[in-house]
Design a protein around this ligand. Structure first.
Ligand code: P1T
Length: 385
């Protein structure tokens, strides 16, 4: 059902986002995949059914979403979950006590909390590494590592990881590489084609794109992993409801046009911040001064809508800027049409305080939306003044 490759028809990304897995509904001809708001499906005879039995196990709206998103990631298989963290949890359930997770030294605070607190309590260890120095990681490879987990660009420091090189080190040591592609989206970066074993998304962000739904997704070309994830999706049950699948699919259809606009608006924001006295540094992979700009330019087709910066006046100045912003809404989350601003140290990354993943307290994170660039820039100007 989710083998999308056979349905790609050689189409381009935007076409696949709109059509793959989304044929008109066969009974009525409805052009949009309906919300199959049902918990169960009538069977013709015992064990004789349409392919759907019970909605935790499978639902046609969810199948459409899984098929479309898998196609967008260039994946053979895709499995949807109730949230990004539910997707992450399901991937990590492959591990057993004594196994080790190698994690980047910058990642979403909730991912760190899941790995350190939940899986840590179950006897699964982790260590945080600077993935910009892969020879150091290779020389000090932690015993029993089964999974290497990386975001790129990272949340919130916008660091870049060389996916191809990290896949090589990971596979040489017999582990699997998981890339969280939430910030880049499959429109800008396709980690499976660079050697990753699985891609995870918080579809709450760019894929959904409208701040109206929470969801998660895993894409892979590994049939065994797909089978295991599907088993757990049903056995554990962290599934998205049909309405959430519908909203996510509706959002995903316009990912390509939205990302083009996120890219250009973010570039304009970076120009403004880069020359502003209230800003001590700008963190954006599109900047030539970014330490891994060349890697980003090679593995991404655009640099995305996330921009972080450090306030020249320290923590208090960062707080003042955040409070003065008006068009930028003060809120957690990212990747939607409206611009958002937040303080990672106190908000999204509070759970990383005191760890190797702690973020600077003068850091401000922007999710640059797709409003008119002039309005976005005017709001930032007045907030920085
Ligand atoms: O929120 P949820 O859908 O469960 O996804 C978790 C998640 C996973 N990976 C990345 C890179 C993320 O950024 C997130 C969620 N992040 C935020 C809510 C945030 O504001 O950073």
């Amino acid at each position: 059902m989710t083998d999308s490759n056979s349905q790609d028809g050689g189409f381009g990304f935007a076409t696949r986002a709109i059509h793959v897995g989304q044929d008109p509904e066969p009974i009525t001809g409805a052009v949009t995949v309906p919300v199959f708001q049902t918990s169960t499906f009538a069977q013709e005879a015992v064990g004789k059914h349409s392919g759907y039995e019970y909605a935790r196990t499978g639902n046609p709206t969810r199948t459409a979403l899984e098929t479309a998103l898998a196609s967008m990631e260039g994946a053979a298989f895709g499995v949807a979950f109730a949230s990004g963290l539910a997707a992450e949890d399901t991937i990590l359930r492959q591990l057993s006590p004594g196994d080790h997770i190698v994690l980047g030294n910058d990642a979403y605070g909730g991912t760190f909390r899941l790995i350190s607190k939940v899986f840590g309590a179950a006897g699964i260890t982790h260590s945080a590494h600077d993935f910009s120095n892969l020879s150091d990681l290779a020389d000090n490879w932690p015993a029993n590592t089964k999974i290497v987990w990386a975001e790129t660009p990272t949340n919130p420091l916008l660091s870049i990881v060389d996916i191809e090189a990290l896949a090589e080190v990971t596979h040489a040591n017999g582990a699997k590489l998981v890339i969280d592609n939430t910030f880049a989206t499959p429109y800008l970066q396709q980690p499976l084609s660079l050697g990753a074993d699985a891609v995870v998304h918080s579809t709450t962000k760019y894929l959904g794109g409208h701040s109206d739904v929470v969801g998660g997704f895993v894409a892979t070309n590994d049939g065994d992993l797909d089978q295991h994830l599907r088993f757990l999706q049903n056995a554990v049950g962290a599934v998205p409801g049909p309405w959430d699948c519908y909203l996510t699919l509706r959002g995903a259809k316009t990912l390509a046009v939205r990302m083009d606009r996120h890219n250009t608006n973010a570039a304009a924001v970076v120009d403004l911040l880069n020359s502003h006295a209230a800003v001590s540094s700008v963190l954006y992979p599109g900047l030539e001064s970014h330490p891994n700009h060349d890697i980003a330019a090679r593995q991404m087709s655009g640099f995305g809508g996330m921009v972080s910066f450090r306030a020249a006046g320290g923590r208090d100045a960062a707080m003042r800027i955040i409070e003065k912003a008006k068009l930028f809404t003060l809120a957690e989350s990212l990747g939607a049409v409206e611009s958002l601003i937040e303080h990672p140290g106190v908000m999204t990354h509070a759970s990383a305080a005191g760890s190797a993943l702690e973020v600077p307290d003068d850091l401000v994170r922007l999710s640059v939306g797709i409003e008119d660039a002039a309005d976005i820039l005017a709001d930032l100007e007045q907030a920085l003044a």
